[in-house]
Design a protein around this ligand. Structure first.
Ligand SMILES: [Zn+2]
Ligand SMILES: [Zn+2]
Length: 341
């Protein structure tokens, strides 16, 4: 999982500034158009930054205005930027600068950036954008509130001791993914660990696993946390009560994590126990050797043979992706299933 890595990452964001430009965005499944200050949302949302302020330079405390040479402090003067070179500049300074071009004589050159000399383009004060995703309106509102207040607020009427709080957090996480806001996502994860008092339960599992659009990252987090409080024997006693897609995922993760032995290790362990290793264990020419899948199906019957072949293929694929690689990967090949060298 990438969560722990991204949580540790700190991005230099510069001083908070809401700026003077507004962006209104729409989400396909919602009837609302959400309104937010462009500079504010571009500060942490990669989705908005790449679409609206891709080249804008991150502001440092020591940065100066290239027109008046005074500090670029967004708390004192409004700032804007050149869309070509990304240079930040005082809004009032660039207006004065642009006016100076009008008085320059007969050919009236277009105003240019004082930094890169590219023609200065005026950006509209209001822009519109669409955000993809199947999002919850209150979760989007919680995101906007967080942008302005720097605190994630889930309605106090949602008890922290119920799964409903977990669902509310997963919904805001979905928003964080849609707008690509790592800082917000980290805040959600922090809130989960500090405020949530209930295990992930049927509502959150249903929300995360029975809708096709949920992100793999959210599902992986639910699985990871769920496994932390699973008791041995869970699959036998509980699995039937949960959605199949969820238990399959749990089983896969559990298997990937378990200490699996390679075929060679198993042979050594079992044959040593029987004291037969000196005679070569299961000999390559033994009577139970099966050379092809056709022969295998003759022995096992076609359905069992298919299941075994699928299982072998899965094992091979998992071996590639496995968290804990199998030492020596001594797995039988597909064409000669149980022959040993
Ligand atoms: Zn200035
Ligand atoms: Zn420029």
């Amino acid at each position: 999982m990438t969560i722990s890595k991204s949580r540790g990452a700190t991005k230099k964001l510069g001083p908070i500034s809401i700026g003077s430009k507004i962006v209104r965005f729409k989400i396909p499944n919602l009837d609302r158009r959400f309104t937010v200050h462009e500079d504010l949302i571009c500060r942490t949302s990669t989705f908005f930054k790449t679409r609206l302020q891709k080249r804008r330079k991150i502001l440092n405390d020591q940065d100066e205005c290239c027109v008046c040479a005074e500090a670029l402090n967004p708390h004192i003067k409004d700032l804007t930027f050149c869309i070509k070179c990304g240079q930040n500049v005082h809004e009032t300074c660039i207006e004065t600068w642009k006016r100076s071009f009008v008085h320059q004589g007969y050919d009236k050159p277009p105003p240019t950036c004082p930094m890169c000399r590219a023609t200065w383009k005026n950006e509209p004060l209001l822009k519109y954008l669409g955000v993809e995703g199947d999002l919850d309106a209150e979760a989007v509102q919680a995101y906007l509130d967080w942008l302005y207040c720097s605190s994630l607020h889930i309605d106090k009427s949602v008890s922290r001791k119920t799964d409903a709080f977990n669902v509310a957090l997963l919904k805001v996480w979905e928003v964080a993914n849609a707008v690509e806001d790592e800082t917000f996502k980290n805040e959600i994860i922090r809130t989960f660990f500090t405020e949530a008092r209930a295990c992930f339960w049927s509502d959150s599992v249903k929300w995360a696993f029975t809708q096709s659009k949920r992100s793999e990252e959210i599902k992986a987090f639910v699985i990871e946390v769920f496994m932390a409080y699973m008791e041995p024997g869970w699959f036998k006693k509980e699995a039937a009560k949960w959605p199949d897609v969820f238990t399959w995922e749990l089983a896969d993760v559990a298997m990937a994590r378990g200490e699996r032995k390679s075929f060679k290790e198993l042979e050594e362990r079992h044959c040593k126990a029987m004291g037969t290793q000196d005679e070569g264990g299961f000999s390559g020419e033994s009577s139970c050797e099966i050379d092809s899948d056709d022969e295998l199906s003759g022995v096992l019957g076609q359905p069992a043979c298919d299941a075994l072949r699928d299982r072998r293929r899965d094992v091979h694929q998992e071996a590639d992706l496995s968290l804990a690689p199998l030492p020596n990967a001594g797995l039988p090949s597909l064409s000669r299933p149980w022959r040993r060298k």
